[in-house]
Design a protein around this ligand. Structure first.
Ligand SMILES: *Cc1c(COP(=O)(O)O)cnc(C)c1O
Length: 355
């Protein structure tokens, strides 16, 4: 059209809209239909829905591949794990999202796979573990430890050895990291987080730039039935229209709050990878203080999940499923788009009362 590549902000706003026809809507309508008229791409609601396609078009354009929406991030993950051949080895980060790791451990216990857990920020260790493996699962930054993987180096070595590479890009979003460009075969998202951005949706996606892989994943979705709802994909598409604006603002807040937390004598350490909206920190007094402080903040909501416009925090080990390698006192802080001074005052008040 213009002969130049559109920037991600413009893609986020404009991709996946209906053709412009007189009287037609600017947004893809919510199609609630279990059956569709034969002759189109699909005729049953488990195989396809026009509202999903709009979400998939935006995410696919941002990631540089073709996207498939799923009922949740974990449903997307499951579809991918299901493609691993019987008893093959899977390499995964020790501190990744616990729902992912727990599913892998369960598959290993049932003898379906061999699980090799690694420190994802130790590239040599990851590359060595990929020897003979069917899949390397990368999460970067990891949830909640915020470790960073060298995706390009791992992808290069893994692909050379015939190991498929999948990256959970939930924390970075395609605006900060494009794994397919770095050599990954699959990108996985929990769209429940930053992509939808308003803490009102559970949704997931797989993105790939291989037509063969796309067909295989689409088949898993139909076979497993882990399909998204039309309403959820519509909300997530609406959320993605402002992704770049929300991300810029939350990131600026996170950068500033990390700086101030790091300088506070009531904080043992604050970790922030330099991009994204998540901070991990520990306070003087450990788990007991962290628990009290997060429960009683005012502006910041004591809640799990992340990536919404509102700031939330929690002590991660309060969840029984969180790996023991995550420190008892670690607070995962999802920074929102509120005024940064209001957030800092809230943190200072909580720190003064408890830490
Ligand atoms: C939340 C999350 C998931 C799981 O996604 P759901 O949408 O909750 O199923 C997977 N990976 C990461 C990094 C997450 O934060």
């Amino acid at each position: 059209m213009h002969g130049h590549e559109l920037s991600p902000s413009t893609i986020a706003v404009g991709a996946g809209r209906p053709n412009r026809v007189p009287g037609g809507p600017l947004n893809t309508p919510i199609t609630l239909a279990s059956a569709l008229v034969p002759g189109g791409a699909s005729e049953y609601g488990r195989h396809g829905n026009p509202t999903w396609e709009s979400f998939e078009a935006v995410l696919g354009a941002l990631e540089g591949g073709r996207a498939l929406a799923f009922a949740s991030g974990i449903a997307a993950t499951t579809a991918l794990f299901d493609l691993v051949p019987g008893r093959a080895a899977v390499v995964a980060p020790r501190h990744a999202y616990y729902g992912t790791i727990n599913q892998l451990k369960e598959r290993a216990r049932r003898g379906l796979i061999e699980l090799r857990l690694v420190d994802i920020d130790n590239t040599q260790q990851v590359v060595d573990a990929c020897e003979g493996a069917a899949l390397v699962w990368i999460e970067s930054p990891t949830n909640p430890a915020l470790e960073i993987a060298d995706i390009a180096a791992i992808a290069q070595a893994a692909s050379a050895g015939g190991t498929a590479v999948a990256v959970d890009n939930t924390f970075a979003t395609p605006l900060r990291q494009k794994p397919l460009e770095q050599g990954a075969d699959f990108v996985v998202h929990s769209a429940s987080k930053l992509l939808s951005g308003h803490s009102d949706v559970i949704l997931g996606a797989v993105v790939t730039n291989s037509d063969r892989a796309y067909a295989a994943i689409e088949k898993r979705r139909s076979v497993l039935g882990a399909i998204p709802g039309a309403m959820e994909t519509w909300l997530a598409t609406r959320g993605m229209r402002t992704l770049h604006v929300r991300l810029d603002r939350a990131e600026a807040n996170a950068r500033e709050l990390h700086k101030r937390l790091s300088a506070s004598d009531r904080v043992v350490y604050s970790r922030y990878p330099g991009f994204g909206t998540i901070i991990a920190f520990e306070v003087v007094g450990g788990a007991a203080v962290a628990q009290k402080m997060t429960e009683q903040s005012d502006v910041i909501t004591y809640a799990t999940s992340l990536g919404g416009v509102e700031s939330t925090w929690e002590r991660r080990r309060r969840h029984a499923g969180e790996p023991e390698s995550v420190p008892e006192g670690l607070i995962r802080f999802s920074v929102g788009i509120e005024d940064v001074e209001d957030l800092w005052l809230d943190i200072q008040t909580a720190l003064a009362a408890f830490a």
